[in-house]
Design a protein around this ligand. Structure first.
Ligand code: NPG
Length: 368
């Protein structure tokens, strides 16, 4: 595959409502899209880096710079046998997994479109629909949170994930549990907001019948998660800490977690994400597909990933309408709490040119 041109395009996507997490409030997404033009056709990838380095060290302008200066020059310099060769081609660049993932996804999309193969089939997907959960931000008040959750339950979402932080945890969790009953699949995500001084407090989460507690401590602090997992009955799930299949295996073997959130952007792409899935399956650990407020482009690829057999828990694979009034692709619409796995070639969705142009804020074309 010869890469003739790489387009880096930034788009501005307003959110339907502010999304507050322990690291800040998002009201819009500033998203970098990558389009590759190759001798076998074109492909698209969505970079999940946020505007600011608050979820992880990556951020959108930095990702664009790394692509422009380091990654794209490597792929336009000489033909690639396959998208699978990108990782070794750019291995001299440390980290920057979200930037690498976006480029790899675009290459994979081009390659699979040319081969008339869907990403789900290529990765080894086994389902044609996936169970969907929804992530619910920190709300201005407990009654407003309960109202928001009610809306999602009525739309059919199969599990609810509440964002928590110190000062916003037991009370909102208990209110949601009381309102919707014990059958509601409920989990919480702290995005690293706690420290080990909170161990006794976190042990009280056991009363809420949670599916899991996600990433309470810092990305680097595997030991703190080991201590928590030894203290509480609620399964501990890692997100930020898992940056590769090797780090997933290490965390599991050390007893830091018994569930893993898989996000392709966080681990450097869908190929590594599939390897995370594989090591977790080999170690008997269930996984679920995380989300980074993707447009329909990234969502299509996430849903394909979630069709692999080890994804036995509902993912943050919500419908387009959860975040966007108007998506840049045909919208993903919930059907009985599930989304259909794209069956078309490549990642399965293409941007609608008219919408894409309207939301575009900048574009650059890179060539050899
Ligand atoms: O459904 O796409 C979604 C959002 C899921 O809560 C969600 N993502 O920490 O997992 C997370 C969180 C997040 C959102 C992280 C935006 C980073 C950016």
């Amino acid at each position: 595959m010869k890469v003739e041109m790489v387009e880096l395009r930034r788009i501005a996507m307003p959110l339907v409502r502010p999304f507050r997490t322990s690291f800040g409030t998002q009201t819009a997404r500033d998203i970098l899209l990558v389009r590759v033009v190759t001798d076998v056709g074109e492909g698209w990838g969505e970079c999940v880096a946020l505007a600011d380095p608050v979820y992880s060290s990556e951020y959108v302008a930095g990702a664009q710079q790394v692509l422009r200066q380091y990654l794209v020059p490597q792929v336009v310099a000489a033909p690639l046998g396959s998208a699978r060769q990108l990782a070794s081609r750019v291995s001299a660049v440390i980290g920057h997994r979200m930037a690498k993932a976006a480029l790899e996804t675009a290459l994979l999309d081009a390659e699979l479109r040319a081969a008339s193969l869907s990403l789900a089939a290529y990765l080894g997907g086994v389902r044609d629909r996936v169970d969907c959960g929804v992530s619910v931000g920190i709300a201005p008040s407990v009654p407003e949170l309960v109202d928001e959750v009610r809306g999602y339950v009525e739309q059919g979402y199969r599990r609810i994930k509440l964002k928590v932080e110190p000062g916003w945890d037991l009370e909102p969790m208990a209110a949601v549990r009381a309102e919707f009953g014990d059958d509601l699949l409920l989990q919480v995500d702290a995005n690293t907001a706690y420290t080990t001084t909170d161990l006794r407090h976190l042990a009280r989460f056991d009363d809420l019948g949670l599916l899991l507690i996600e990433q309470p401590f810092a990305e680097e602090d595997i030991e703190a998660h080991v201590r928590l997992a030894a203290t509480i009955a609620t399964p501990v799930c890692l997100d930020e800490s898992v940056v590769s299949a090797a780090s997933a295996a290490d965390a599991i073997r050390r007893g830091a977690c018994s569930v893993v959130n898989v996000k392709a952007g966080r681990v450097g792409g869908y190929l590594e994400a599939a390897r995370v899935h594989d090591v977790c399956a080999a170690l008997g650990v269930p996984v679920w597909c995380g989300g980074m407020l993707e447009t329909g482009l990234g969502r299509a690829a996430n849903v394909a990933l979630a069709s692999l057999p080890g994804f036995t828990l509902p993912g943050d694979t919500s419908a387009s309408s959860r975040f966007y009034r108007e998506d840049i692709t045909e919208p993903f619409v919930l059907e009985d709490g599930r989304l259909p796995v794209p069956q078309g070639p490549g990642i399965g969705g293409l941007p609608l040119p008219e919408v894409l142009d309207r939301v575009t804020t900048s574009r650059e074309e890179l060539r050899a």
